[in-house]
Design a protein around this ligand. Structure first.
Ligand code: NAP
Length: 330
């Protein structure tokens, strides 16, 4: 018998523990082409909040009463597919549970790279690192010499953006909530940091941190952060619109005082989704793999232990409980 977290009800605003239910699930017989996996690491990600709403989006909504899903790294227990054997470490999307029977076609075998832990494939070598890489270098067309502003800079995507931008010769300003997170962002190599919880209006704080303005904004937050970036954007600035976590629970419309600067400054706003880039991920692994293996790009994980903690880990994303990647260890 396996155990999985299910969506009990759709959240209204910030989710609570009551929206989740922990239940036993019966694993199916291991048919040909199927692999039995025991999960070791579960990823929780802000995009999962959107899947809890009953709306059409780029991924289908979770269904009430059904197990939740998400990125996971597991170990093969038994395989009925010639490409996988017991002991293989695999990446897949059947998370929020301890065990699963997964079609072999939905598994990726993890390479063994000295100095690289398997859970890195949920972080800097996975969804969040790839999002940072493609958002910065393709969506925003960032290049050496650019002044880059990134919000949620102490988070999984943001901390990767800071380090990739530094590796590529850019000036980086990161914002994060609180002194400890700001120190973490500085230690990653950021040239300036903004504690957006300090009480200083963001436009003023960004004007001080970027007296010449910004060429690139990597948006993880939306709202006031996006507005401040619009206010400080230089001519032909490029914005990678990655996420808007500030609005995921409130449902309130975003009000942008400086949006009209898009015209005068010829600002490009480009939304993007990581999975669009999967066919090109060889380029991402080619650069990020050596950076991670040599420690040039570092990952910090915030780890909660035990499957029981999965909803708590997920909810922590919205209160800033994580520095770096939020993970659950089984
Ligand atoms: P994360 O940054 O590791 O965790 C979320 C962080 O957001 C929190 O630690 C918190 O940090 C900050 N935050 C939460 N609520 C906030 C608010 N109201 N205002 C300002 N900051 C807030 O999460 P992640 O996985 O790296 O994702 C970052 C963003 O990228 C999210 O918006 C996510 O949806 C997006 N994303 C997009 C794609 C894509 O394909 N487009 C893929 C992955 C992720 P503080 O303590 O600093 O507030």
């Amino acid at each position: 018998m396996a155990r999985a977290w299910h969506l009990k009800s759709r959240p209204n605003g910030l989710p609570t523990a009551d929206n989740f239910e922990f239940k036993d699930i019966q694993l199916p017989e291991l048919a040909d082409g199927m692999v039995h996996v025991r999960n070791r690491w579960l990823s929780v990600d802000p995009y999962m909040r959107g899947r809890m709403n009953d709306v059409k989006s780029y991924v289908p909504p979770f269904q009430i009463g059904e197990p939740l899903e998400g990125g996971a790294v597991g170990e093969v227990v038994e395989s009925r597919d010639p490409n996988f054997a017991a002991g293989d470490m695999v990446l897949h999307m059947v998370g929020w549970r301890d065990e699963a029977v997964v079609p072999a076609a939905a598994l990726n075998k993890l390479p063994q790279i000295p100095g690289v832990e398997p859970q890195a494939f949920l972080g800097n070598l996975g969804l969040t690192g790839g999002t940072a890489y493609w958002g910065l270098l393709d969506a925003a067309q960032a290049k050496a010499g650019d002044i880059v502003f990134v919000s949620a800079a102490a988070g999984a995507v943001g901390s990767a953006v800071v380090q990739i931008a530094k590796a590529k010769g850019m000036t980086v300003i990161g914002s994060a909530g609180g002194a400890d997170k700001c120190q973490f962002v500085r230690d990653l190599g950021a040239d300036a940091v903004i504690d957006y919880k300090s009480g200083t209006p963001l436009v003023k704080a960004l004007a001080e941190a970027a007296p010449k303005g910004i060429d690139v904004y990597f948006d993880n937050v939306g709202g006031e952060h996006l507005d401040a970036a619009l206010a400080l954007a230089r001519k032909d600035a490029r914005f990678a619109i990655c996420g808007m976590i500030d609005g995921y629970n409130s449902g309130e419309p975003t009000s942008l005082r400086y949006i009209m600067r898009v015209i005068a400054m010829r600002i490009m706003l480009k939304g993007f989704i990581y999975t669009d880039y999967l066919p090109r991920n060889g380029e991402f692994y080619g650069e990020m793999g050596p950076w991670v293996a040599t420690g040039q790009v570092k990952g910090r994980d915030t780890v909660l232990e035990g499957l029981e903690k999965t909803p708590e880990a997920f909810l922590g994303l919205f209160t800033g409980a994580n520095t770096g990647k939020m993970l659950v260890k089984l």
